[in-house]
Ligand binder design. Structure first.
Ligand code: PRP
Length: 206
């Protein structure tokens, strides 16, 4: 049995469809209602929030995880990243009020984000001293309310920015869903993990 932590929400549907195409029986998932653990052949699927997928993988209670690179970049954990699954494509960007130049002037810069580690690293590599403020969601509000000079956030279609009078100032990094694995599981369940990952890889080549 291979325990797979699956991120609920945005990337869940694509992940489930990919697993289904690999030939796993997803009837238990299809009739799960609000159950959080279901079986699919020799897989046990655990439905969790993105950051918790990383925690369960790190702590070794799940062997493999499917999670966005955004969450991976924000985490500080140790695990293997095995495969780019090619869905959930978006990017991290620095964005703010349309037409404003973020780098203008010498004033203290405030940046709002759900991803403080990503933002801190980005400004550190640019040698800019910015104050990072953690926001839990709808980060676009921060510049609109005058609390931040910019945001570091996920941009997928760009519609949220446009509809709120904001624009991308700079792209930061490419994001997509990834398959990750616990370090010990890679040794102890190597053949099961290899089989699962090679089935997933086959779907990428189609
Ligand atoms: C994400 C992100 C943006 C939006 C981008 O938020 O934080 O707000 O999606 O998507 P778009 O470029 O296609 O408009 P999410 O929907 O996850 O909600 P949240 O902000 O409440 O976390």
């Amino acid at each position: 049995m291979l325990r797979v932590a699956l991120t609920k929400g945005r990337i869940e549907k694509s992940a489930v469809e990919m697993i289904r195409k690999c030939g796993y029986d997803l009837s238990d998932y299809d009739s799960k209602n609000r159950r959080l653990i279901v079986t699919a052949g020799n897989l046990e699927l655990v439905l969790a929030k993105a950051a918790d997928v990383i925690t369960y993988i790190e702590r070794g209670v799940c062997d493999v995880g499917i999670v966005g690179r955004d969450t991976i970049l924000e985490s500080e954990g140790e695990f293997y990243e095995l495969l780019d699954l090619g869905f959930g494509k978006c990017r991290f960007a620095l964005a703010g009020i349309k037409g404003k130049n973020f780098y203008n002037g010498y004033t203290h810069k405030v940046v709002a984000t759900k991803y403080p580690n990503v933002a801190k690293r980005y400004f550190m590599t640019k040698g800019i001293d910015a104050e990072i403020v953690k926001i839990e969601g709808s980060v676009e509000l921060a510049p609109l309310l005058g609390m931040a000079d910019a945001i570091v956030d996920i941009v997928e279609t760009g519609a949220t920015l446009v509809e709120n009078g904001l624009e991308v100032y700079e792209d930061i990094s490419y994001i997509s869903a990834r398959c990750i694995a616990n370090v010990a599981s890679m040794k102890l369940k190597n053949s099961e993990i290899t089989e699962f990952v090679s089935k997933l890889r086959t779907q990428l080549e189609d």
